[in-house]
Design a protein around this ligand. Structure first.
Ligand SMILES: O=c1ccn([C@H]2C[C@H](O)[C@@H](CO)O2)c(=O)[nH]1
Ligand SMILES: [Zn+2]
Length: 129
């Protein structure tokens, strides 16, 4: 991924963020990822009057991944309403791990880093034998 590729991914995340449904937090989030076959998937957060049921942007992203043919996530970025990089919450790191594993590269506030650094010793499909 070149810097231009990362910027295209950020733009996809910003576009997704413009669709966020956030009447309760007023904190829109957009996430986008590159898939190993070259396509891009994205998602926005969708909140609920029952506050605890709100869906993070990453939930929509993995749903779109599956809905559009599956595959492995290779590169990921997430932005907030200020256009700043947002670190995925703990639950979302687990969601991403399922489809990207420890090698998934995330754009973080401290550079491009593999998910394995942010979710060490992760529980995953390999443990369900
Ligand atoms: O990784 C994250 C962290 C937070 N949010 C959303 C959830 C909620 O709608 C809002 C404030 O927490 O941000 C995400 O979409 N992804
Ligand atoms: Zn989350």
């Amino acid at each position: 991924m070149t810097e231009a590729d990362w910027e295209a991914l950020r733009e996809a995340a910003r576009e997704a963020m413009s669709r966020a449904y956030v009447p309760y937090s007023a904190f829109p989030v957009g996430a986008a990822a590159r898939v190993d076959d070259g396509r891009t998937v994205s998602g926005c957060n969708v909140e609920n009057a029952s506050y605890g049921l709100g869906l993070c942007a990453e939930c929509g992203l993995v749903s779109q991944l599956q809905l559009t043919g599956g595959g492995r996530l290779t590169h990921f970025t997430c932005v907030d309403g200020k256009g700043e990089i947002l670190m995925p919450c703990g639950r979302c790191r687990q969601l991403l791990y399922e489809f990207g594993g420890p090698e998934l590269l995330l754009e973080t506030t401290s550079g491009i880093r593999p998910l394995g650094e942010m979710l060490p010793d992760a529980f995953g499909p390999q443990h369900l034998n």
